[in-house]
Design a protein. Structure first.
Length: 253
């Protein structure tokens, strides 16, 4: 387990990824909590915290340059209620395979005005009823949720579900559901991954999880992200698009 101190932060690789973004690589260090990030002087576009031991996503200094947080494969249960104050320009948040439990626990993300890509796959919250519609309702700027494009018919359905007196009552009820579990302590056993309530089919989800697990470098992670955003599932025929530069297109149905 590594304390995130001056020595670790100054020694961590900070390189340009294939998209030209400055990336601070803190993968796989078993970091238990975020601290001392002000040492980086807000000089990175991407913060890669994958494969650590984080319980909370908090304690950020003001980081107006930061656009992407990759924090998959941790033990995160809670998100700073004021995260938007400290990382206001965030557009991508990857929280795959953590321990976020209730719909109310993701409410802080609603304040991120530029959030477009969000992954909560393999969190208990993804098994909750109304999960996908609630996220779409609370985070209207999100275009890609759990590596699936948010379609116009989903936005209409979410708006309909949470409109009117009854809809607002339901939204308030879901928002009030917060995790009461204590933050996990070092030495506790790893969690079991949860199956998504709405999202890819079980077969597709398995392929995505395997691809994420096998992505060992930042370059591989970026390529996988672009592939999934384009709507292609790893290991399937559709994963080989005719145009390798295909980008996601929000479709109206």
């Amino acid at each position: 387990m590594v304390k995130l101190n001056y020595d670790v932060l100054t020694a961590a690789p900070s390189t340009l990824n294939p998209l030209g973004d400055r990336t601070l690589d803190l993968r796989g260090l078993k970091i238990p909590l975020l601290e001392n990030l002000a040492i980086t002087k807000d000089s990175n576009d991407v913060l890669d915290l994958t494969d650590n031991d984080l319980r909370r996503l908090d304690n950020f200094p003001y980081m107006t340059r930061l656009k992407v947080i990759m924090a998959g494969n941790n033990r995160i249960t809670r998100i700073d209620t004021e995260i938007a104050k400290y990382v206001p320009n965030l557009h991508t948040m990857v929280l795959t395979n953590n321990q976020i439990e209730e719909l109310g626990d993701i409410d802080p993300l609603a304040q991120l005005k530029y959030l477009e890509r969000l992954s909560l796959m393999d969190n208990p919250v993804a098994t909750r009823k109304y999960y996908r519609l609630y996220v779409i309702y609370r985070c209207p700027t999100v275009r890609i949720l759990d590596f699936r494009r948010v379609r116009e018919k989903e936005r209409v359905e979410a708006k309909k579900l949470f409109s009117g007196a009854e809809g607002q009552k339901l939204a308030t009820s879901l928002s009030s559901q917060r995790s009461t579990a204590k933050t996990f302590e070092p030495g506790e056993p790893s969690k079991k991954p949860a199956k998504a309530y709405q999202g890819p089919t079980p077969e597709e989800a398995a392929k995505i999880r395997e691809a994420i697990k096998n992505a060992k470098t930042l370059d591989e992670t970026v390529r996988l992200q672009k592939q999934l955003e384009a709507g292609h599932i790893p290991g399937s025929e559709s994963s080989k698009p005719a145009n390798g530069d295909a980008m996601e297109v929000e479709e109206d149905e």
